[in-house]
Design a protein around this ligand. Structure first.
Ligand code: FEO
Length: 398
């Protein structure tokens, strides 16, 4: 996609990665590709905000050249050093010989270690400003949103927040703005991005959003480093972040399970019926055919997470491990849950699953249920009752 003017004398000069399917190595599914957004501001001083992932350097430079000779760039602002945004940084140092670099202390240390470069580094802190001519950049550190080096750049005169990873989405698109794409798809991708990347830092997200609100910054546009730019109503994504960071949820339960000989599956479906009888929306995921990141997105605004497994080698089925590790790491907020499963000769799965749920901050809200061999009708009735019990507790959380 060629350079696009997003505001007067401000250009998107990034790159679209249509073929990305996994991000952060193999850890995060990205079914719809992504973009690496970089922005160029033409003023008395010319400033470039971030670069792109290294394989896209050629597209990126071509986009810059459509606006200006890179040698004319005065400042390179590095909001975040992760290689999807800094991969082209060493090349830019060569093409922009007079450029001064503005970034946080941690970003500078990371860039030097990542790329073994020397440059005219200028360290900035929250509140520092850099005049470009008609406009001024205000810097706002945003540690752990989502790395310690991260920061936002705010262009006061344009009411533009360049937010780097925050407010992003892994969504490749020929369109650049929120009002040009399907709203449901956009919010789903934004929610997935939040749950799987920013989720564990929710207390810090809340704090940062409150800080931004107290600064009374006028925000007409939010330009993140992935996906589309929020211009139609930037407040919509800010409100969504507040909701996700607070762990606000719906009357929804997520059941994740896997099964060796259908016993645990029968339990899962009986529990589902019990939950549904209480007017709770339920989604059922068999781990071996589901995407852990997609499940986590659904978990984020649910009130309950129930996980079931057959026992093998005194533990849960290994296919559940990626999801349970995510629960432990991402710590979805304000959830209740329960572990269930079947066993033959010796148990173990239910205890191990419950330990993971607890480590992920899920409050075990009923007695975990373990059934030997296949569930009898009576035991299936107990599973149904367990669903009902959880369903009532979900309703009490309203
Ligand atoms: Fe998009 Fe943290 O990199």
């Amino acid at each position: 996609m060629p350079a696009v003017q997003i505001l007067e004398n401000i250009y998107w000069v990034g790159a679209v990665d249509w073929n990305l399917r996994y991000f952060h190595g193999p850890t995060l599914s990205a079914h719809k590709g992504t973009s690496y957004n970089a922005y160029l501001v033409m003023d008395e001083k010319i400033a470039l905000f971030d670069t792109v992932y290294k394989p896209f350097t050629e597209d990126f430079i071509s986009n810059i050249k459509a606006v200006v000779d890179p040698a004319e760039i005065d400042y390179i602002i590095v909001n975040h050093i992760e290689p999807d945004h800094s991969g082209a940084f060493p090349t830019m140092l060569k093409l922009c010989p007079k450029a001064k670099i503005f970034c946080t202390q941690k970003a500078m240390e990371g860039l030097i270690k990542l790329y073994n470069v020397t440059a005219d580094f200028n360290i900035v802190k929250s509140g520092d400003e850099l005049a470009l001519g008609k406009r001024t950049i205000k810097f706002l550190e945003a540690p752990m949103l989502h790395w310690p080096d991260s920061m936002f750049s705010y262009l006061e005169q344009d009411e533009l927040l360049i937010s780097n990873d925050a407010f992003g989405q892994h969504l490749a698109s020929s369109a650049l703005f929120d009002d040009q794409v399907n709203e449901g798809e956009l919010m789903e991708e934004a929610a997935k991005y939040y749950a799987n990347i920013l989720g564990p830092f929710s207390p810090l997200v809340l704090k940062k959003l409150e800080e931004v609100q107290k600064m009374h910054l006028k925000i007409k546009m939010i330009a993140p480093s992935h996906g589309v730019i929020w211009r139609s109503n930037p407040n919509k994504i800010i409100e969504a972040y507040l909701k996700w960071a607070k762990g606000e949820s719906q009357n929804k339960a997520i059941i994740v399970y896997d099964t060796m000989w259908e016993s645990t599956e029968k339990m899962a479906k009986a529990i589902l019926r019990g939950l549904a009888s209480q007017d709770v929306a339920v989604r059922l995921y068999k781990a071996s055919i589901s995407d852990s990141n997609d499940i986590m997105t659904q978990v984020w605004d649910a009130k309950a997470l129930l996980v079931g497994s057959s026992t093998i080698n005194n533990g849960f089925l290994p296919v559940l491990a990626p999801f349970l590790e995510e629960v432990k790491a991402l710590k979805p907020r304000n959830k209740i849950g329960v572990a269930f499963g079947s066993y033959g000769w010796g148990g173990g799965a239910v205890k191990s699953v419950a330990e993971y749920l607890t480590a992920g901050g899920i409050k075990i809200a009923a007695e975990n249920m373990q059934i030997k061999w296949a569930p009898s009708d009576e035991e299936l009735a107990k599973c149904y009752a367990l669903g009902q019990e959880l369903g009532k507790k979900i309703r009490e959380m309203e």
